[in-house]
Write a protein that binds this ligand. Structure first.
Ligand code: 0WD
Length: 265
């Protein structure tokens, strides 16, 4: 029996089989959770329905997290299928492409700042609120996806790093607010993984190579690594953990200096 048996999980942010969200779906299903999925944009619908079938799910919703109506409609549709929810996964981020190109100062317009924060940060609070009626009294868990750019500058990550800092602060405020109702809130800070969203970051391939060359595990992390950590964080095995950012990055963030290869010679 898996350690999520009997739990219901809503996974927000599936775009392709490479999405981190899909790794999370697979790990949670393997551990026994029932899965519902959201995506954004009709053009993804058929693809997401096929992916949902791989985790035995038929509950698939088109939800734009920048729209309160879309969020409300999705949770009301989900509520007709499920009378409770144990797990909410937020795996969504967006910034206008031009904001991720060039230096931070020149690239960060007011509008790009607004959009990045709305979709990549505020949306966690919006969906956490919408999920509350279904999560009441469930000892549930919310997990979101963040990146090292929240706490350190990273080339080209620009305003997305500032939005991730806001997202990580939101995790702490949500954890404090929702803890007394039984809901835990955590983030996973993943190392770079090649996905559709990552493809929008200039130099991403270089980033992958650098991280794999110098982190303690000498490899990039995978969707499975992140999926397994998310499954753990949303399970009763992690019942004492909330308001935390868990690094799943092969140890990259723990190193002050490291040379490529196996030693310093
Ligand atoms: O290296 C990486 N891939 C890392 C990703 C390292 C560390 C963290 N992350 C984070 C991302 O910042 C994001 O928060 O993980 C999360 C998932 O990202 P992903 O799996 O790398 O990317 P992807 O498969 O593209 O999923 C992100 C999705 C969007 O994909 P597209 O490619 O269409 O931008 O976020 C969703 C969408 O499915 N999304 C939205 N969902 C609802 N409403 C919206 C929206 N308005 N905008 C984007």
């Amino acid at each position: 029996m898996g350690f999520l048996t009997g739990k219901r999980a809503l996974i927000v942010g599936l775009a392709s089989d490479r999405s981190i969200a899909f790794g999370i779906c697979e790990a949670m299903r393997r551990e026994g959770a029932d899965i519902a999925i959201t995506y954004v944009g009709e053009r993804f619908r058929e693809r997401v329905i096929e992916l949902a079938a791989k985790v035995d799910s038929t509950l698939v919703y088109d939800m734009d997290v920048s729209s309160d109506d879309s969020i409300a409609n999705t949770f009301s549709a989900l509520g007709t299928q499920w009378d409770s929810l144990d797990i909410l996964v937020h795996s969504v981020a967006f910034a206008p492409r031009e904001a991720l190109t060039g230096g931070y100062t020149a690239a960060t317009s007011r509008e790009a700042f607004r959009v990045a924060h709305d979709i990549s940060s505020y949306s966690l609070t919006a969906i956490a609120r919408a999920a509350q009626p279904l999560m009441q009294g469930r000892q549930g868990a919310i997990v979101t996806m963040t990146y090292l750019g929240a706490v350190k500058s990273i080339p080209s990550y620009n305003v997305m790093g500032v939005a991730k800092a806001s997202l990580e602060a939101s995790v702490r405020f949500l954890a404090a607010d929702l803890g007394p109702t039984g809901t835990r809130v955590n983030a996973i800070s993943a190392g770079p993984i090649k996905t559709l969203a990552a493809a929008g970051i200039p130099g991403f391939r270089k980033m992958l190579g650098h991280v794999a060359a110098v982190n303690p595990l000498r490899r990039n992390v995978t969707q499975d690594d992140v999926g397994n950590a998310a499954a753990f964080l949303c399970s009763d095995l992690a019942a004492g953990i909330t308001g935390e950012v868990l690094y799943v990055d092969g140890g990259y963030s723990s190193v002050g200096m490291s040379f490529a290869g196996s030693d310093e010679s």
